[in-house]
Design a protein around this ligand. Structure first.
Ligand code: MV4
Length: 447
């Protein structure tokens, strides 16, 4: 096992990984920008290194500064967390070339899944169901029109270098295809420096359901069930839960096994997530995330595994100590992402924390790097806390979540706590009857 790990991240996820390290007897090195000198992840680390000014490009995205920090601190491995450099294949490769272990998948797998056309081809080859669409990239407006004619309108044009919903264009009919195609290509070139696009049938009311995978270096892969992340606003997840209220036991096992088998076939290692859209009883692959995700705690809550610790174990070469049959799912879990934002306009609201009180009791977990008197800087993501609640079943979980949200106090800035209180009291959410556009409809007042 490693003796010392550098954590190339900040905020709650840096603490999450530090906690796993501490419990495994591993020393931790924090890196931080000048804006984060007083941050909790720096205070709680065994050592810390300042890697640059506040702007992420000069600090948390600065590959050379992070590698220098790993060198001078004698770290053996680097955990990237999520965001920042976590899905940067060049960084993962540099980490290995400098003789450190990258705690994540291989650079080749990160690169493969970062190219959405290649990822779609891999999904098809490994038996994962995909949305009807183009076989590979689409080069001309004529080709786009021919594909759309074949699969039927409406269609969605997506950037191969996109992901997370950036750069998608809908064409409702043949009148719109040429403009949509040209616009999508131009935007893809401008935003990602790569004009390649592909086409899929546009699904109007899918749910977003994703399968958590964990693989080791010895060819073993297990799935840890699914998460329903359909409650989103502008491609930002707001609430996640496991298991999905939309799936029956057969669908759950089938989609998990399909995802795990595909990962086995490509030799995937570490934590990873296969994202699906689910509509009318059918699953369709969208993309694969090659990182530990924000919402991993809902999976931990229902399967009893420590995903951060497992990632570290498999990165050190240990085999998974269990097979799929050993994984047991128990109860229900829901996560609320709490952002420092106005709960109506969603304008970011950095500031200094006044009173701070976190809920406790059975089944309640708060992952956060906040403390009373801490000033949330304006330079980074506005998520400041995650409240994760579990219960024996969904209803107990909902009642406990309502209780925990009422106990939570984060004063001194605006937060999305009132939004969560509203969502979990809305009948459609209580009934588990929501799709990926439900929250935006609720906020627009059409529900
Ligand atoms: C789609 C889609 C409908 N049809 N693809 C958004 C994020 C990115 N991962 C893929 N996304 C979508 N792809 C087809 N063929 C609708 C979305 C989508 C969405 C998907 C999941 C959760 C929330 C969403 C919000 C808007 C659009």
């Amino acid at each position: 096992m490693f003796e010392k790990i550098l954590i190339a991240n900040r905020g709650e996820i840096a603490l999450r990984i530090q906690r796993a390290c501490r419990e495994m007897g591993i020393k931790t090195v924090a890196v931080h920008s000048t804006a984060d000198a007083d941050a909790m992840h720096v205070r709680l680390a065994d050592e810390s290194v300042c890697i640059g000014p506040p702007a992420p490009a000069q600090s948390y995205l600065n590959k050379h500064a992070i590698l220098s920090a790993a060198t001078i601190s004698n770290a053996e491995a680097i955990h990237p967390g999520y965001g920042f450099l976590s899905e940067n294949a060049d960084f993962a490769q540099m980490v290995e070339e400098h003789g450190f272990v990258f705690i994540g998948p291989s650079p080749e797998h990160i690169r493969l899944m970062g190219d959405k056309i290649a990822a779609r081809k891999t999904a098809i080859e490994t038996g994962i169901p995909c949305v009807p669409g183009s076989e590979g990239g689409v080069e001309t407006a004529e080709e786009a029109a021919a594909v759309a004619e074949e699969i039927g309108y409406p269609v969605l044009i997506k950037a191969s270098a996109g992901g997370g919903g950036k750069g998608m264009k809908i064409a409702e009919s043949a009148d719109e295809i040429a403009d949509a195609f040209n616009l999508a290509r131009r935007e893809a070139e401008a935003n990602f420096g790569n004009p390649e696009v592909y086409i899929e049938k546009f699904l109007r009311t899918p749910r977003h359901i994703e399968v958590q995978l964990l693989g080791d270096m010895h060819g073993n892969v297990v799935h840890l069930g699914e998460r329903d992340c359909s409650v989103q606003r502008r491609h930002q997840k707001v609430i996640e839960e496991a298991p999905s209220p939309a799936l029956n036991e057969d669908e759950r096992l089938r989609i998990g096994e399909i995802a795990a088998e595909a990962a086995r076939r490509i030799g995937y290692r570490s934590a990873g997530t296969v994202e699906f859209m689910y509509e009318n009883g059918e699953f369709f692959f969208i993309e694969m995330n090659t990182r530990l995700q924000v919402e991993h705690p809902v999976t931990e809550a229902i399967c009893g595994l420590d995903l951060a610790a497992e990632m570290i174990r498999v990165a050190s070469g240990s085999p998974l100590g269990y097979t799929q049959e050993d994984i047991r799912f128990t109860g229900h879990a829901i996560e609320c992402r709490i952002n420092a934002e106005n709960p109506e306009t969603f304008m970011p609201c950095p500031g200094t924390i006044g009173d701070y009180h976190v809920p406790g009791g059975w089944g309640v977990r708060v992952d956060s790097a906040l403390y009373a008197g801490y000033t949330v800087p304006p330079y980074y993501d506005s998520m400041i806390a995650k409240l994760i609640v579990r219960g024996a079943h969904r209803n107990e979980c909902l009642m406990r979540l309502r209780r925990a949200l009422d106990e939570l106090v984060i004063d001194g800035l605006e937060t999305t706590i009132p939004l969560h209180q509203r969502i979990i009291q809305t009948p459609a959410f209580i009934d588990g009857e929501y799709d990926n556009r439900w929250l935006e409809r609720l906020l627009d007042g059409d529900d």
